[in-house]
Write a protein that binds this ligand. Sequence first.
Ligand code: ADP
Ligand code: MG
Length: 698
Amino acid sequence: MTQVPELFGSKVFDDRVMKARLSADVYNSLQKTIAEGQRLDLSVANAVASAMCAWAIENGATHFTHWFQPLTGITAEKHDSFISPAPDGRVIMDFSGKELIQGEPDASSFPSGGLRATFEARGYTAWDPTSYAFIKDKTLCIPTAFCSYSGEALDKKTPLLRSMDAINKQALRVLKLFGNTDVKRVVTSVGPEQEYFLIDRAMYERRKDLVYTGRTLFGARAPKGQELDDHYFGSIKPRVQAYMNDLNEELWKLGILAKTEHNEVAPSQHELAPIYTTTNQATDHNQLTMEIMQRVAWKHGLVCLLHEKPFAGVNGSGKHNNWSIATDTGVNLLSPGATPYENAQFLLFLVAVIRAVDEYQSLLRLSVATAGNDHRLGANEAPPAVISIFLGDELTAILEAIESDTPYEGVEKKKIKLGADVLPRFTRDTTDRNRTSPFAFTGNKFEFRMVGSSNSIACANIMLNTAVAEILRQFADELEAAPDFDAALRVLIRKTILDHKRIIFNGNGYDDAWILEAVEERGLLNLRTTPDAMATLLDEKNIAVLTSHKVMSEAEVRSRYEIQMENYVKTVRIEAIAMADIARKEILPAVESCVDELARGIAAKKAVDESLACGHEMKQLRKLSALTDRIDEATEALEGAVTELDMKDDITEQALFIRDDILAKMAALRAPCDEAETTTAAKYWPFPTYGDLLFSVK
Ligand code: ADP
Ligand code: MG
């Protein structure tokens, strides 16, 4: 077997390959473009394209594609081969700088949320040289941004890059005030921990609900669930291990730093975490990871479920977005330093994040709002829908001491004079991992835990970067104007703690009492569903922050509202139709067969001896027969509701109708079906049960 270091990045046109294959001049101009975002001139682009093409062909590629992230949430690609006709009737393999820099996919079928109506219809893709090109199958994939010709972003990458610029710009202003003049760039980094389920492919194929919607729409609980906690960090079963080995290799070839893997809480649930990297690369890598996870599973006779809630009553899957800000000189701004100044700087960035999360709770919440994630948030298995920050007891005590100007009762008892004292060294809070917190400080980074397992991490990071950029802007404005920097800094930090400490909560986020306290006493937002959360995107303050930092134009914001709501409506509509279909064509006939057999059995027994009571059989027959009536009624009601939904033409109205009506009708159909499953003889049940799905991969 090839050794890992050799394997790693073998399918990536990375720095090592560029250095080896580009002339020094070309390499240097490209580096300048990457570092400073300068435009690439065509002669350089031609040279890069030609080197890329030769490298790709040597590595088995025949095609190239501009790889992009439209607002569907998955990635898109349209392949073109390298061939170009030669005069002698043969072909040569060719790839130009123009083809590298810009592409024109037919954009008309990607969601644009109304942008297409108001703006130029066509879209183009533009090379993002900050993310390396790579080979997938036989195709050279070029990471690109996707925009309309009038410059509106039609993808998730463009606003992400803009948000990284925004936070860079404001953080640099703040750093300068602390005398850090050598810092040229500040970047945010992310390590996304990805949860997923693995189930048997043959069983999956017999579950239409999984095939159509990615989650089970029916299914009674299995006798065993996750109550024994015997799966979490348990030994990995051989079939799963073989999958993980293969998956790691594929990811390593693509330069993805797959690092840890373990079993998760629910049976058949697992997690994969890479080593963190720059946010836009982490986003590309996470999209690729999700794709490769599914492909490799298929090859192993498995299916990788990325849905947030594939099984009712069993923990769902999320993605922990570990986020930090660092300088190009290698300083993590969320890591407490060793000198008084570094500590004051750390505290300023810390309180900036605290304030950003408090002021822009709704932006963070809506960045993870999908129909799938609605099943998770607030269901006592994932963070609640209310956003709060976990800081750990020690750091909280330090902030309290600063706020009240009283001695910190920590390791050493003393008053903390910002900018004069070294902060008491506080230990990373490892005692209580507090999995219940949506936004946890874990020593030198924040972990945003509300992201859904199938979500692109782009949205969460766009909002996080932008919100923090805005607070840093306000801080910089204030501090730049202050005659006495140290005094102003002290006042600012104290005031920020005082004004925003309501968002800090170290207790149990699953506790009902917390939700009550959060909403009633602290005035925090509890946006329980996607339509509730999305409505806040159009709040003046949210539009203002996104537009003022040039992360999105107002038209882009509005288009994203439309698209996310449309996505919610379409997703649930498909689920509703699939439910009705499965109830009618699979569940009702199965239960009826069972009833028929019971009836025939009873008749046959009575024919032998009329005095036989057939008590159990009669009881079963009556129960199942009554259930078929309930299933039929509930199916009709759901079908009627879908018809009513289709008569509404406003997307907001549709989403609200789903929230208030259709979801309840789906639950009303599921209940009698699941009840019937527990009473119907196993041989009649038309598809694999929860027990089959969750415990069959060995
Ligand atoms: P766990 O949460 O299981 O304790 P870690 O906290 O070590 O594991 O890491 C979880 C994820 O956080 C990994 O993807 C890791 O690379 C990432 N991570 C670690 N440090 C940072 C950092 N400074 N910035 C962003 N992500 C980080
Ligand atoms: Mg973690």
